[in-house]
Design a protein around this ligand. Structure first.
Ligand SMILES: Nc1ncnc2c1ncn2[C@@H]1O[C@H](COP(=O)(O)OP(=O)(O)O)[C@@H](O)[C@H]1O
Ligand SMILES: [Mg+2]
Length: 301
């Protein structure tokens, strides 16, 4: 059963209630009732959280998320309240914390795709649709779609994969108006982000957003992390070659090593993945700092 090799113990902080240990992030609630999201340096591949961490990954992805929230603020408000480390929390939370409004979450993974790959490609090869949307013939792995599409998924239970659903199914679940709001906002935000990334030599193939609302309010608020390599597929424009699986911007080195004889690991078996060698850790960290630098135009540290 994939998952954690060893599940980390939550950090105990007075005044914070631990809510959840995600693959990569730890979640708490503070005394004001806000959500405290702490990004760790954990990394996952092939459904496993690896036993080795990538130094600074939590801080890099947090800063990237914050940068994106700023870029998108005129399109949709974000959930951020502050980045202050809660009193009594470890100093190494600095730079990895987002204190956020606790929202009523809309239980839909709001995915936008501009390119065909992954679960979208599988459905296309079977039915020539993605989430029930008809697409033209002749598309291959990595093809750019005629226009970006909203391809919602329902959140799966731990250990399961999210399930793609049709727009009509989302409308049944959350109501027609909320479904329309979700689609419109998701595509608007994706379009903005795709253009920003494209100008910097990076293809934003697809990405997943989560939205919520303040109790009683109609306005959608962008929650969770946004447009990080953990929630998005980024490809290098100069390496993009439709017709084959594209190289993952951040995890390629890791995946290549894990599936090579050097790792001694069989990813189709039940055994947990091994510790990563230093050169794989370094090369992977390098990819995160490079993504940060290219996207934001600012060097990391
Ligand atoms: N502002 C918010 N208000 C309420 N819930 C949120 C907010 N932002 C994110 N979440 C929720 O926090 C959780 C974060 O968990 P995550 O670290 O992604 O773990 P997992 O790997 O289980 O998805 C998700 O369930 C997400 O929907
Ligand atoms: Mg999540």
């Amino acid at each position: 059963m994939p998952g954690f090799v060893t599940k980390p113990e939550p950090v105990r902080v007075p005044g914070l209630v631990h809510l959840h240990t995600g693959k990569v992030r730890d979640l708490y609630r503070n005394e004001a009732g806000e959500l405290v999201l702490v990004a760790t340096d954990r990394i996952s591949a092939y459904d496993w959280v690896l036993p080795t961490e990538i130094p600074d990954k939590g801080r890099i992805l947090t800063r990237l998320s914050l940068w994106w929230f700023d870029q998108l603020a005129d399109l949709v408000p974000g959930h951020l309240v502050s980045t202050d480390v809660p009193e009594g929390a470890p100093a190494d939370w600095e730079g990895r914390v987002m204190v956020a409004h606790a929202l009523e979450m809309i239980p839909v993974e709001a995915v936008a795709r501009g390119y065909l790959t992954g679960s979208g490609l599988k459905e296309y090869e079977r039915d020539r649709t993605v989430c029930g949307l008809a697409l033209p013939p002749g598309l291959v792995d990595g093809s750019e779609l005629p226009a970006p599409i909203f391809t919602p998924a329902t959140k799966a239970a731990v250990g399961e994969h999210d399930e793609n659903v049709s727009y009509e199914e989302v409308a049944r679940q959350v109501g027609a108006e909320t479904a329309a709001q979700l689609r419109q906002t998701t595509l608007a935000v994706y379009g903005r982000a795709r253009d920003v990334a494209r100008d910097r030599g990076i293809i934003l193939a697809d990405t997943k957003f989560e939205f919520g609302r303040k109790p009683g309010a109609d306005q959608l608020i962008l929650a969770d992390e946004v447009l990080t390599p953990d929630s998005s597929r980024f490809w290098r424009k100069d390496e993009w070659e439709p017709g084959r699986p594209q190289k993952s911007y951040d995890k390629q080195v890791l995946r290549d090593w894990l599936s090579s004889p050097a790792s001694g690991w069989d990813r189709t078996g039940d055994a947990p993945p091994p510790e990563l060698p230093q050169e794989v850790v370094d090369a992977t960290r390098e990819r995160y700092t490079e993504a940060y630098r290219l996207l934001t135009g600012t060097a990391w540290d």
